[in-house]
Design a binder for this molecule. Structure first.
Ligand code: SAH
Length: 367
């Protein structure tokens, strides 16, 4: 087997069958996969990690995704919405501590109130940081005009996970109504890319009904769409969600974890210069899960800087880690952890996706 994998890993274009093969590696073959992805990361990115201070500013959500703990239908949690001052204080913390960037994330709500509020916050964050803080948004599906307004106000990256690129699977994990429309999610991603954002997407790994072929297609979709950033993590059950009824059919947590590492490694080989997040959900399964991801290909970490008292209410899945910590705790903890992965945190830089600038240069050459 091993020599076949060595040959396969010499390729940097993979067919679906190759990806499935790599997802199914174990033992020495798996070690070879991780060795290769680590080499690619070292060559194209270096042993570096950039922070995005994560502000989970509201858990109020208009959607009812069947897997998600903050879904509208879950009555077993306290809803919160940080005040503008609390959000700005968190952004100031990030700025003072030389995090190059923040990420604003929340449940999904649309409408002019949300559009204007975020625009106003973007302006204020740019002002308090003298234009120095990079800003990623992750606030779901919106109209193209709204995305444009936020881009013009200074947001330059957007993370919208498609969650599953197989439409049939997507439908199984979402309610069947106009608020949960697969095509619209893809259209939103496209408009983000067209507007000029560094565009990120991702999927959950180990979902009920999901196959290896689905995961291979997810990676091929990302390559084809030409994403700049990826955030993907293991699916973890939440007791107060409808998908819990399928928990008996799931892969063991350790296997979901392992598959996530392999997805990251394969994507790093396929898309060498994109930004890949080491998702927090990895740490819910393995205490040094994010470090393992950094070692084999991820280059972005999102220390949580949401004020501590709200964290317990942003429980997307059970056993979400670090909900008792403060922003300071997260920083020192993550820094120590990153050095465990033989990487260094780069402070005071945006850490933009290199892929984005390459892609824009190529585009400019064509125009
Ligand atoms: N809904 C917002 C972001 C908030 S949720 C948006 O789409 O922009 C952030 C991410 O958490 C989701 O995209 C989803 O991939 C992930 N998530 C939700 N429930 C999860 C679960 N049970 N296990 C693992 N990840 C989950």
């Amino acid at each position: 087997m091993t020599s076949a994998i060595i040959d396969l890993l010499k390729q940097d274009q993979f067919f679906k069958k190759d990806i499935i093969r790599l997802l199914e590696t174990h033992g020495e073959d798996r070690t070879l996969l991780f060795k290769k992805s680590a080499e690619v990361k070292e060559k194209y990115i270096g042993n570096k990690v950039w922070f995005r201070g994560l502000i989970e500013f509201s858990n109020i959500c208009g959607k009812d995704c069947l897997y998600c703990g903050i879904r509208k239908g879950n009555k077993n949690l306290t809803r919160y919405n940080l005040s503008d001052d609390e959000i700005l204080a968190a952004a100031r913390f990030a700025y003072n501590n030389k995090y190059g960037s923040i990420a604003l994330q929340s449940g999904e709500l649309e409408g002019s109130f949300v559009a204007e509020r975020i625009e106003n916050l973007l302006n204020k964050i740019k002002e308090l940081s003298h234009g120095e803080l990079g800003i990623t948004l992750s606030v779901g599906e919106q109209e193209p005009e709204v995305y444009k307004k936020w881009y013009d106000a200074g947001a330059h990256r957007y993370l919208l996970r498609v969650e599953a690129t197989n439409e049939a699977l997507y439908r199984k994990i979402h309610p069947d109504d106009s608020k949960h429309n697969f095509r619209r999610r893809l259209d939103c991603l496209k408009s983000l890319q067209d507007i000029g954002y560094q565009t990120g997407t991702g999927v959950m790994i180990g979902l009920p009904f999901q196959t290896m072929a689905d995961l291979a297609d997810d990676l091929l979709y990302m390559k084809e769409f030409n994403i700049d950033m990826c955030g993907m993590g293991p699916y973890i059950e939440h007791a107060d969600t409808p998908l819990i009824e399928h928990s008996g059919t799931l892969l063991p947590l350790k296997e979901r974890f392992d598959l996530t590492l392999k997805m990251i490694a394969i994507l790093r080989i396929m898309m060498k210069d994109i930004n890949i997040v080491a998702a927090t959900a990895l740490q819910a399964i393995d205490p040094i899960g994010r470090e393992k991801a950094v070692k084999i290909g991820a280059n972005i970490l999102m220390p949580n800087i949401t004020p501590g008292k709200y964290r317990d209410s942003y429980k997307l899945y059970d056993n979400k880690p670090c909900t008792d910590d403060s922003a300071e705790d997260c920083q020192s903890c993550l820094e120590a952890r990153v050095s465990l992965a033989d990487a260094v945190v780069v402070y005071g830089e945006w850490g933009d996706s290199k892929h984005y600038s390459e892609r824009r240069n190529i585009q400019a050459g064509k125009d």
